[in-house]
Design a protein around this ligand. Sequence first.
Ligand SMILES: [Zn+2]
Length: 584
Amino acid sequence: MDPHDIHSMLMVSRRRFLTMAGAGAFAAHWPERARVVAQQGASSALTVEAVMARVQDALGTSAPPNSIDGLKAGRLDAVVTGVGVTPIVTMEAIRRAAASRRNLLISFEPTFYARADAASPANRASDPVFAAKRALLDQHGIAVWRLHDRWLARTPDPMIDAFADALGWRTSQDANARHRVIIAPMTLSDLVARVQQRLGARALRVVGDPALRVSRIVLSPGPSAPAVTFGNLAAADVIIAGEPREWEGVEYTQDAIGAGGNKAMIIVGRLLSENAGMKAFADWLPTVLPQVPVEWLPVNDPYWRPAGAQTFSIVAPPSQPPAAPRQTVVTARQVVDRIKGSLAALNVAWRADTVDTFKAGDPDRPITGIATTFMATFDAIKRSVAAGANFVISHEPTFYNHLDTTTQFTDDATFKAKMAFIEEHHVVVFRFHDHWHAKRPDGMRVALIRALGWPDAPGTVTLPQTTLGALSAEIGDKLKVRAMRVVGDPNARVSRVSLGLGYGNPQLNDNVDVVVTGESQEADSAWDNASYVLDATAAGQPKGLILLGHEQSEARGMDECATWLRTIVTEVPITFIRAGEPFN
Ligand SMILES: [Zn+2]
């Protein structure tokens, strides 16, 4: 018996009476259930602290020094009446745990909408959803233990094996020790249908040709770090991922297709991809705590899609014939110097620390034309060259990471093919991100607001009252979004909209009904809007989150950028090339 057990025995002698008395009151309404709960409560006799110690010992893993694991709510000395296991502690999960008298929730993701549950925006303490959640936890004496790092540290990766299991497969290792799934060949669209059905997914996003035949699959549940895509796509036909970003793993997959590869990606969403791994934890837990009742609390797909969204066709880029070369010579560097000068005149000083730099090509060669685009994907570069423009001004990265570092790609076939094309056609790529956003008004916002037909105002836009369902359908129709995702009750009454661009996400709060933005992280971000919406809905204060996709939120702003550039560069034609929504 370890010291934790002695401690818990002492605690339980003091607390048992209370537990039994509580069970008695409960029995008045549900006698059968209450008897079971009382027996379980009496035999458990473990505190939260003792449960944590036992589980950590049994896992045998250690957490990194900056671990996000730990007790997020409740008391270490509370006697555990039962455990609920879930990927994320929503208000709904708390209510279910309370209804079955489980007072310890073990969660993989944050409970309070932020990295390490620690971010404390000024308004958090007074936020009604946050307050309602805290009150619910306090009312039922429920403790929350985030167990992320130590569960993830198990080998083999319990999240991947369980994810495979949930999809009806087993992983195997190839010669390079990659964990893959090999299935009998099927089309991508059949595979998508299987994933959708097995996981209960409502808003999958898919990159690739639906008719593609696939058999080699790499699974990447959770945040889907870009390295998973870079390292594995060559040895796979398709990656089934949790939450890769549009300018990282998604762009790489697009470029692997652009380089001639028969590749694809199915994006499930972070929480949905983590259900299986935490179900595996719930199945394992009784082997460590046989005396404690354990309940599995899955999370449903937080996203849905407005009806008809998938039927939108690809938005064709505006096609312009290659223009005849003009007389005056201008180089890419001269164009960028002119951009810097024009912005300086608008009180936007060029920053020393910026991602707005040349990414490829020789800036001092004369250029034939300029193409602005949301992201210099392989395909967008090819279409720029076809339109007669060899200077590509891209809002987002060219090489799959924020700083466009390429040292990790020197032997990568997709990278080499893209670079070879850039060199062969004397393409120069410049990123125009920080300073285009810094110009006032922000051209990205101007263009999106115009496409939506909304009145512009700084901060929150107030629209005539509507429902979340109607608003999302209207936006989908106006912007022709194929892979829009919505969180929240479709019948929620909404009017105050906060608009985000790309990955720059406003925070939902008491003064905002809906956030409309590009893409955002489901967990461990500065503010997790998706789980906030789930809780706001459960707390009777309906909110909404509408994710357009990163490209969909910023593409038009680069058309606006082309219009602005035409006022300062007249030597060569300037064309907007729509990179295009990456999802089918
Ligand atoms: Zn942006």
